[in-house]
Unconditional design. Structure first.
Lengths: 103, 246
């Protein structure tokens, strides 16, 4: 099977403060990357740990180990019409679900 | 429907109590099947399972309260707790590795303490299901696992907090932490005024479970998470009762 273009653990890691966009990728049967974050730009708040990705671990498949990040979003970017400028939301993403963003 | 509903009418005596039904979900059936297989194959005994379940259900939020009280009174411990949460937990008697060596199922060895400041208020949720810092706080409250709380807290955090009686001023940033992977989070609230000479034990008493989830703030005199039950103004009369004469 041909390898997809999705990133893998060999990609350079993001650093705290980097702008990232959550990829809007298809998945088979299981993911923990929430729909409400797809396509939204956030900021890396922390590098947490390296582990299997949920899409593989859920089926007991020992795939590659990837870096996980805590990503911070502005609530205004997640929800149209959100009324409080300063409010934020954080959630975790594995490396392959993130791509560099400029804004 | 062939019969007519006449609830509450005088003389209505046919309305029987609903039968007791044991509702069980597919996932509960699956859990029982896997558990019974594991017992048959000797992976663990039924006694092991019962002991573990009772141990897991016996954990309350007391260790979390002690951790917060210690962080309030000991700056070095607070710095440790924010930097290395697992080591700090051991100092208040909680080893996240118990009882298996790698933690309890679904409580991974990743713990972060979220520090509130005068301009930042944290609140935790798991939009996927029920991720919760169980080794420190025990089982999550029922409302924490409801879809109502999970789907609304991320979208309407201030409104949901207000339903708990917590109004956060607009100038304070509300930060929702959706713990949807392997990190587990707990809120380190600010020490309230009027507690200057208090001991750690006194302080721990006001750090309730809700304060560490982020839906309440600690304050002197508030030592329990009491959500008042309002009496119904016009309670439904059961059909066995005579209608009230008014």
């Amino acid at each position: 099977m041909k390898k997809s273009k999705s990133p893998d653990a060999s990609d350079a890691l993001f650093e705290v403060g980097d702008k990232v966009r959550v990829r809007d990728m298809p998945y088979m049967f299981y993911t923990r990357s929430q729909l409400y974050t797809r396509g939204v730009v956030g900021t890396i708040a922390a590098l947490t740990y390296k582990d299997l990705i949920p899409e593989e671990e859920a089926f007991n498949f020992d795939g590659r180990i990837e870096q996980y990040y805590i990503v911070r979003f502005r609530q205004k970017d997640l929800w149209p019409g959100y009324a409080f400028d300063n409010d934020t939301l954080q959630t975790e993403c594995p490396h392959r679900w993130l791509e560099p963003a400029t804004n | 429907m062939s019969h007519t509903h006449t609830h509450g009418n005088p003389g209505d005596t046919h309305h029987k109590a609903a039968p007791m039904v044991e509702e069980i979900t597919d996932y509960e059936v699956l859990e029982i099947a896997v558990r019974e297989l594991a017992i048959e194959h000797g992976l663990f005994t039924a006694e092991d399972h019962r002991k573990f379940t009772e141990w897991a259900e016996s954990i309350g939020p007391a260790a979390g309260s002690r951790l917060v009280a210690k962080a309030w009174t000991d700056p070095a411990f607070k710095a440790l707790a924010l930097k290395d949460g697992l080591t700090a937990c051991k100092e208040v008697g909680v080893d996240w590795a118990e009882p298996t060596g790698v933690g309890t199922p679904s409580d991974y060895m990743e713990f972060h303490l979220l520090e509130d400041t005068p301009t930042l208020h944290h609140v935790i949720v798991c939009t996927l299901c029920s991720c919760y810092p169980r080794p420190l706080l025990g089982m999550s409250p029922e409302w924490y696992r409801t879809t109502n709380y999970r789907r609304r807290l991320v979208r309407w955090p201030r409104q949901v907090l207000a339903e708990f009686g917590l109004i956060v001023p607009p100038e304070v940033e509300v930060r929702v932490e959706d713990s949807n992977q392997k990190c587990r989070f707990m809120v380190l609230p600010m020490r309230p005024e009027g507690t200057d000479n208090w001991t750690e034990k006194q302080l721990a008493e006001i750090v309730t479970r809700d304060c560490m989830i982020g839906v309440a703030l600690p304050k002197p005199g508030r030592t329990a998470d009491v959500h008042p039950i309002q009496k119904a103004r016009r309670p439904v009369k059961s059909s066995a009762e005579e209608p009230a004469n008014e």
